[in-house]
Design a protein around this ligand. Structure first.
Ligand code: SAM
Length: 283
């Protein structure tokens, strides 16, 4: 235990991080070089404890030849933490203010970027259903990580957090019976097929993949906080180009995006507390 604690506090040099990221990129095509260094080092330190390593570079030969180890490293860097109706005040805002705005579009294409295990995607599906908009909506849910996408597609989770999700739903202004949206089994809850109909999961890497054309709403919450300034700027550009004029962008409420308004003048802030923007029609 003492040894583990010592390793946990072990300093990681930038050169070690650079070498590991180069190995991941060249061998597996995942480019994490633009991610914020502080949180990246935190994840890597956790991996050192997990694999009982004294130096980070000891991981490089193993991950080059062992895909399972590489996947563990990739999963750990990409952090799939999520909840249904996470930050209920944001969902309350969407329910009351954004659903009526989206209702003015004849087709509602939504890009939800960084979907993890899908809880956010299906929360949105439930919200669209309750707003009566699901039949003209399509949600493209993307993530860098194929393992997370497979789980999200299944739409089945351990039941242990269900009570929290139910409370989130109620705090967001949900008046239905949250459990009606799920099939409950002994230790799991599965979203009912109806709420999967308009949801599509696609592998997409925000670092180097292209735009989604003509979407009316982009949600990307709790993803950009892991990125460095340059990568954040690149991704906001991607979202801006993907949005139709008058379309909406929602970021994570705790996310501070460097110089967003100065660098992206086409995005006007609509509500600061929930980080909601609209793409204006002028330059
Ligand atoms: C903390 S989760 C956020 C889940 C959900 N949006 C929420 O707020 O509850 C971050 C997700 O972003 C994904 N991600 C990280 N880097 C990415 C990238 N370059 N391209 C696409 N998705 C990425 C991760 O795989 C992970 O599923």
């Amino acid at each position: 235990m003492t040894a583990l604690i010592k390793w946990k506090n072990h300093r990681i040099e930038d050169v070690e991080v650079n070498l590991l990221l180069q190995a991941l990129n060249e061998r597996y095509g995942y480019d994490f070089t633009g991610y914020a260094r502080a949180s990246l080092k935190r994840r890597l330190r956790e991996l050192m404890v997990y694999f009982e390593l004294e130096h980070l570079t000891q991981l490089i030969p193993t991950l080059l030849y062992n895909e399972a180890v590489a996947q563990t490293v990739i999963n750990s860097i990409s952090v799939p933490t999520s909840e249904f109706f996470r930050d209920p005040f944001v969902w309350a805002y969407l329910r009351e203010n954004v659903m009526p705005l989206l209702a003015s579009f004849p087709r509602i294409n939504i890009w939800q970027a960084g979907c993890g295990f899908g809880q956010e995607a299906y929360s949105l599906s439930i919200l669209l259903h309750e707003a009566g908009l699901e039949n003209r909506s399509h949600i493209f849910c993307t993530d860098i990580n194929p393992e997370f996408l497979n789980e999200a597609k299944k739409g089945c989770w351990a039941a242990r957090n269900f009570k929290l999700w139910q409370e989130n739903y109620q705090k967001s202004g949900g008046t239905g019976d949250f459990s009606d949206y799920f099939i409950e089994q002994k230790n799991t809850v599965a979203i009912r097929a109806n709420y999967k109909q308009h949801v599509e999961f696609i592998q997409h890497n925000l670092v180097n993949d292209d735009v989604f054309k003509e979407v009316q709403f982009v949600l990307c919450r709790n993803v950009l906080l892991y990125f460095g300034e340059e990568l954040q700027n690149h991704v906001i550009g991607l979202f801006t180009r993907s949005l139709e004029r008058g379309g909406y962008l929602l970021l994570g409420s705790g996310e501070n995006i460097f110089d967003l308004q100065e660098l992206h003048p086409r995005l006007e802030s609509l509500e600061y507390s929930v980080q909601l923007y609209r793409k204006t029609s002028h330059v």
